[in-house]
Design a protein around this ligand. Structure first.
Ligand code: NDP
Ligand code: MG
Length: 390
């Protein structure tokens, strides 16, 4: 029996994880569920899955959640330290890291440092702190399994011994697929006028609002580019982004002998979640089999003129140090401002570019430096919003 903590249980990944877990009560038990402020959703999940602990953001909400839960054996905790505590608890074996944004870094790292089996959806933590994070995985003998559909696909296409080094196992290149998002065919002029509602309507996936906007700007692919470099110890030159609008091939690996291996499936996050939960076994995910005759697959290169975020992410990865943390923080501020209708869509990349240009980067060997860079980038981005606002 695996006991699971789900960080970000009320979100899109959290709920998909519970859907898979619920199919296999003989294998999985829910140890802790966490949320930020959606108390009613969390209460429902607690009633259904009876975790030992529920964690929320604010102390003052504990009594509200208690009232929603009524008679219950679930103990309620609050605050950042409680998130890290349930992630590192000795009675928990597996942690699904599915908080959105930089807020996921410390609890995810706590799980890594406790040597857990960590299922990583929160790509922002790797983007911010790749080197510190991957070193902690090694030092604490944690098991890191990718949930992002592309990275899970790459993981499935790599040989078991890929950690020896990609070139040693004959890998030439990783092909990271991208749907292109809802504005894939929009002209530069059309992009000027797009709204948060349009940006959050992804053609193939139903996701949280932040990652939906990231998909629309292609920053999601930029973050995934950085994520792939860290997860698979790939050089930036070994990762190539390919637009594939149907989201049926979730990514590919090319080998030096001319072979290209791909993982295919209907676009449904329950597949990578089930893969990582049960790895190296296979379990039912509740996802229907792919009917290839229903699909025509297309591929083409991304247009970095219309979608500059991808290039910004690549540059940040090449610059190294705190640059990816600065990129991530500026992006979080820009996306929140766009969702609040304070910043036009096309200004998201302009704001990030400004922050990356104006903030000096430094080496990122420790967490304090990274968190400081994150704070500085947020403050600068916030200060610059008015330059670009509607
Ligand atoms: P959602 O916005 O749907 O859910 C986010 C979760 O995090 C919620 O449970 C939310 O709680 C919680 N949360 C938000 N802010 C905080 C905070 N400051 N402190 C603690 N908890 C917080 O996001 P998604 O599920 O879409 O995405 C989660 C992560 O997974 C992201 O990093 C994303 O990039 C990644 N991912 C998502 C995919 C998808 O298909 N959705 C695919 C691949 C990766 P509350 O509900 O109370 O606000
Ligand atoms: Mg993805």
């Amino acid at each position: 029996m695996q006991r699971i903590t789900i960080l970000g249980a009320t979100g899109s990944i959290g709920q998909n994880t519970l859907a898979v877990v619920g199919l296999h009560p003989e294998r999985y038990q829910v140890f802790a569920l966490t949320a930020h402020s959606r108390l009613e959703e969390l209460a429902k999940l607690c009633q259904q899955y009876q975790p030992c602990y529920a964690v929320i953001q604010h102390e003052q909400d504990i009594s509200k959640l208690q009232a929603l839960l009524g008679q219950s054996s679930t103990e309620i905790l609050a605050g950042e330290q409680a998130l890290a505590w349930v992630a590192a608890h000795e009675q928990c074996d597996t942690v699904m890291a599915a908080i959105v944004g930089a807020a996921g870094l410390l609890p995810t790292l706590a799980a890594v440092k406790a040597g857990k089996r960590v299922l990583l959806a929160n790509k922002e933590s790797l983007v911010m702190a790749g080197q510190v994070f991957m070193q902690a995985v090694i030092d604490h003998n944690a098991t890191l399994l990718p949930i992002d559909s592309e990275h899970n696909a790459i993981f499935q296409c790599l040989p078991n011994n890929y950690q020896q080094g990609l070139s040693k196992v004959g890998v030439e290149r990783i092909l990271l697929t991208a749907s292109g998002g809802p504005f894939r065919e929009f002209s530069a002029e059309q992009l000027q006028k797009v709204t948060p509602e349009q940006a959050c309507k992804h053609p193939n996936w139903v996701m949280g609002r932040k990652i939906s906007v990231d998909s629309a700007t292609l920053m999601n692919k930029g973050l995934e580019f950085i994520e792939a470099c860290w997860l698979f110890d790939a050089k930036p030159s070994q990762v190539q982004v390919v637009i594939h609008p149907q989201s049926i091939i979730h990514s590919l690996v090319q080998y030096i002998d001319g072979s290209t291996l791909a993982q295919l499936g209907n676009p449904d996050m329950r597949t990578p979640i089930a893969n990582a939960l049960a790895y190296p076994e296979r379990i039912q995910a509740g996802v229907s089999a792919l009917d290839l005759c229903q699909h025509q697959l297309q591929f083409y290169p991304p247009d970095e003129q219309r979608f500059p975020c991808l290039g910004l992410a690549r540059q940040a990865m090449q610059a190294g140090g705190t640059a990816p943390a600065i990129l991530n923080a500026a992006n979080e501020v820009a996306v929140a401002a766009f969702l609040n209708e304070e910043l036009p869509f096309v200004a998201i990349s302009q704001l990030i570019d400004t922050v990356l240009t104006q903030l000096p980067m430094s080496s990122a060997h420790n967490l304090d430096t990274i968190l400081q860079a994150d704070q500085q980038a947020r403050a600068l981005a916030q200060q610059k919003i008015s330059l670009f606002s509607n």
